[in-house]
Design a protein around this ligand. Structure first.
Ligand code: ADP
Ligand code: MG
Length: 736
């Protein structure tokens, strides 16, 4: 059956070579009960390990059923071990965290013999070794003798032709030792048993052959009982089924609770830090988007949505009721145009403050100086403290104009006064001018007018439209009668008989929200001489080409309920939801941030490249940190994995067991984080760090994150397996 010809085994250790045994010649056959004795260090264990295919040999040739093995690969030896060898060790090599039953079941699983008869088989084996009532006891709780019985039952589970036992009684008292040897003898009919012992007396009555070793050589080889060499009918053993490997992985994940908790902790931290890295990238991309510059909108808050009615009508009280009750809406700014219009407050000389218009009712906090407004023409400002300090004298109560900052156009035909100030808070750069409702209406109609195009039509001759490209100014004036207009003398050219008086005129105003028009009759024409008399204005040269109409007529075109408002939502994440809801209810929407023009596209490519490298470095660092921690935690598992290997599992199977075990822990850790995220989002659990993270995550981000973590975990298990298999199963085992 087994034949060794001049076989030598050397150990290489830190440059030193020691000999396990040298130039052994030996032939072993089925039916023999071979006892090997010899003093410690004489090479007995080395011989058994080589015979078992657990260790390699360096010289000579071993024949298995006449077949040479010197060219055997690792998998060939795995096959050989599966088919032929069952090992019993001095220190049992059981899985201490498994029950007796599970230890034996493991053997069936690893050799793909785990069918529905297994339960009965295990029970009859347990009966055979007298351990029926310890079926569900953890192996760690058994005595030495009982442990060795489990090991024997396990060896028997795989019905191999060769049983190799290295000092099976070495750790047992003499009574148990006797019983174990007897048991071994009983099960060994038609098998080759090779047993190493210090105590030959114990085995004497069963031995058919006695081999004595000394210093790596065989000193004595005595056949006591000649046995008839029988032939063994070979069985095939497969590899574990997929579902059994999953079952084992689950068992391994949870059977040592402290190890499980440690791994869970590592994976929780890994998940959170990868999540943090991921969201900080999302966030900076997102912030980067906000750098886009836009010509129309000054207020580019990412929670701002501009709305209009789809039918083009004004937004009325019913609309505001609806909008106010909308989920996720934080606040509504009815006079939307104000958000993007910055105004200047100035006197004729040196005083100038710039700010956005806000409603007094939105003013919160306390004034730092002055008082709250009492009249329609009084405002409160929110601006730099320094500015106030330099202009203290005359800051309040002086008469100021309000002009649009970009165009310099007057917004009000009356003077206003600042009566109170609140100082800008730190990190706030947006000054504000707080006005009351009436002033707001005046400002907004002026904004409407300044953003509208005016087309004047006299007798079918048009001024100010695209075709003619000529430019016309229309001004409100209280000295003009209602329904009337005055035009410059120079326009006579376009009038009937060169006389404009009593000609009809139509003024049309067009802006992005609506168009409106009024019909007027020309009451007079003006020139340098009568201009001041007609209008009350001195500067003729400045207005020599303008048309003047009654101010009420004029403002009837601009004093409109808003056609456009802005809403601010509570949470950018709900943007799509809100927009969809609005769309279904008759509003067109514009998310300001999405309307931004990005001038930094090309620059961004480089920024992203550097960012990607940065992320990669962080991920690699986290990978190695996790790997080293997990390696330390799994060190206590080395013995498990090498035992599984010794029992006949292939490298591939063990790799899968490791990666599945780690993956189960990862899944649990990730599930915990997902559940926590849900709780945090719904404010059931308060955890600011996580809340900040998950604000930026959508479902597909969670999937991407999982895939990243999965890949990391898989690579960790690969690296660990590689480390584990650098050495043979036996040397890993020995190390432990
Ligand atoms: P026995 O089992 O008879 O006590 P071993 O087979 O364990 O003896 O050892 C035989 C020889 O091989 C001894 O000289 C021992 O020092 C050496 N040896 C055994 N295992 C190793 C090893 N892993 N590395 C180096 N030398 C070893
Ligand atoms: Mg030994």
């Amino acid at each position: 059956m087994l034949k060794l010809k001049n076989v030598s085994k050397f150990y290489y250790n830190k440059g030193q070579v020691t000999s396990g045994f040298s130039k052994l010649n030996l032939e072993l056959n089925i039916g023999e009960f071979v006892v090997i004795t010899g003093e410690s260090g004489s090479g007995k264990s080395t011989l058994l390990n080589v015979i078992s295919g657990l260790d390699t040999y360096e010289e000579g040739e071993i024949y298995i059923n006449g077949e040479e093995t010197s060219y055997y690969s690792e998998t060939d030896f795995e096959e050989y071990r599966k088919k032929y060898i069952a090992n019993i060790f001095q220190n049992f090599n059981l899985i201490n965290s498994y029950t007796v039953y599970q230890n034996i079941e493991l053997m069936y699983i690893l050799n793909n013999m785990n069918d529905n008869t297994v339960k009965d088989k295990i029970m009859s084996l347990l009966e055979q070794v007298g351990l029926t009532k310890y079926k569900n006891t953890k192996v760690s709780k058994l005595s030495g003798g009982q442990k060795q019985r489990v090991a024997i039952a396990r060896a028997l589970a795989k019905d191999t032709p060769i049983i190799v036992a290295d000092e099976p009684t070495g750790n047992l008292d003499s009574k148990s030792a006797k019983e174990i040897i007897k048991l071994l003898y009983e099960i060994s009919k038609d098998k080759l048993v090779v047993i190493v012992t210090h105590n030959y007396d114990q085995v004497e009555e069963y031995a058919t052959r006695k081999i004595r070793m000394h210093d790596g050589k065989i000193l004595e080889d005595t056949v006591i009982n000649k046995v008839k060499s029988t032939k063994y009918d070979e069985k095939e053993y497969g590899n574990p089924k997929f579902k059994d490997k999953i079952k084992l992985s689950f068992r391994n994940t949870f059977n040592i609770i402290p190890k499980f908790l440690l791994l869970l902790l590592v994976y929780l931290l890994l998940s959170l830090s990868v999540m943090g890295e991921y969201t900080s990238t999302l966030k900076s991309n997102y912030d980067g988007d906000k750098f886009g510059i836009n010509e129309f909108f000054s207020n580019t808050d990412d929670t701002r949505i501009i709305i209009k009615k789809k039918d083009g009508s004004t937004i009325n009280a019913t609309d505001y009721d609806y909008l106010n009750n909308l989920k996720y809406v934080n606040r509504i700014v009815k006079e939307d145009v104000l958000l993007d219009a910055s105004m200047g407050l100035s006197n004729e000389n040196d005083f100038y403050i710039n700010g956005y218009i806000s409603l007094l009712e939105d003013f919160n906090g306390n004034l730092d100086a002055g008082r709250m407004p009492e009249n329609d023409n009084e405002v409160v400002v929110y601006t730099w403290e320094d500015y106030y300090n330099y202009n203290k004298k005359g800051f309040f109560e002086q008469e100021l104009n309000m002009t649009e900052s970009t165009t310099g156009k007057d917004m009000l035909d009356y003077k206003i006064k600042i009566v109170g100030i609140k100082f800008l808070e730190e990190n706030d750069y947006n000054s504000k001018i707080y006005v009351n409702d009436n002033m707001l209406k005046d400002i907004s109609k002026n904004i409407n007018s300044s953003r509208s195009k005016v087309i004047v039509d006299i007798n079918g001759k048009k001024f100010g439209d695209e075709e003619h490209y000529n430019y016309i100014n229309v001004y409100p004036n209280s000295k003009i009668d209602k329904g009337k207009a005055i035009v410059p003398d120079t326009m006579s050219y376009y009038c009937k008989n060169y006389n404009c008086k009593n000609n009809n005129m139509n003024i049309k105003t067009v802006n992005i929200y609506y168009s409106d028009d009024i019909d007027l009759s020309i009451s007079n024409t003006f020139n340098k001489n009568n201009f001041e008399k007609l209008t009350g204005i001195k500067e003729y040269d400045r207005y020599s080409d303008a048309i003047f109409v009654n101010d009420e007529d004029y403002y009837s075109m601009y004093d409109k309920e808003p056609y456009q408002s802005s809403i601010f939502i509570k949470d950018v994440k709900k943007l799509k939801e809100v927009i969809k809801e609005l769309d279904n209810n008759g509003y067109t929407t514009l998310h300001v941030k999405d309307a931004l023009v990005d001038y930094t596209e090309e620059l961004r490519v480089f920024v992203n490249l550097f960012k990607a490298i940065g992320i990669l470095i962080v991920l690699v660092a986290m990978f190695f940190i996790s790997y080293f921690v997990i390696k330390i935690i799994l060190k206590s598992r080395n013995i498990y994995y090498s035992t599984v290997r010794i029992l006949g599992a292939s490298k591939k199977d063990v790799k899968m067991l490791i990666s599945t075990e780690l993956n189960i822990v990862l899944d649990i850790a990730y599930l915990i984080i997902v559940v926590l995220s849900i709780l945090v989002v719904n404010d059931i659990v308060k955890w600011k760090y996580l809340k900040d993270l998950v604000t930026y995550l959508r479902i597909y981000d969670y999937i991407i994150l999982y895939l990243i973590l999965f890949a990391m975990s898989y690579l960790i298990s690969r690296k660990y397996s590689k480390h584990l298999f650098k050495k043979s199963a036996m040397s890993t085992y020995r190390e432990v």
